[in-house]
Design a protein around this ligand. Structure first.
Ligand code: HEM
Length: 129
């Protein structure tokens, strides 16, 4: 664990304290920015796929921050899988930014510079994957 990793974990805890489960906030923001992506989730009546995907994305980013090697491979694989289900490469990457912005807004004044740096840092790693 280093500072980036600690600050990323702290940001997730802060968001949970502030808003509980952030899933609805994340997808509201995603669909506002990418309205065409809403159709892909029409079958997800109970929100299970949305929740699971968000959880996987957070696991991927926290493990990437912790220095694991698998997240880069996972992102590369999912980019191709998602292209096949109708998520273009350029739209795929926007999900990371949507999560970052949603969490920053949810945390409000409690969002620290370390947290912002941690998110910027880990998303740069994700973009390089
Ligand atoms: C705007 C961007 C994205 C859209 C619209 C999107 C859409 C979806 C949809 C519709 C599914 C459900 C597929 C199905 O089971 O039929 C899914 C699953 C999944 N997505 Fe995304 N995705 C996006 C970005 C990402 C990103 C950046 C990652 C990160 C690696 C990711 C990881 C996953 C994973 C791991 C699953 C499988 C979840 C499960 O098994 O339930 N997605 N995605």
């Amino acid at each position: 664990m280093d500072q980036l990793s600690d600050a990323l974990h702290a940001s997730l805890e802060l968001v949970a304290e502030r808003v509980g489960d952030p899933t609805a906030l994340v997808y509201d923001r995603l669909f506002a920015e990418q309205p065409r992506m809403r159709d892909l989730f029409v079958g997800d009546h109970n929100g299970q796929a949305r929740g699971h995907m968000l959880q996987m994305v957070l696991d991927t980013l926290t493990n990437m921050a912790d220095g694991a090697a698998w997240p880069a491979n996972m992102i590369r694989a999912e980019r191709v899988n998602h292209d096949q289900i109708g998520v273009p490469f350029n739209v795929f990457a926007t999900f990371f930014t949507v999560v970052h912005e949603t969490f920053r807004d949810a945390a409000g004044d409690d969002w620290t510079t370390d947290m912002e740096d941690a998110w910027t840092g880990v998303l740069a790693r994700a973009a390089a994957a």
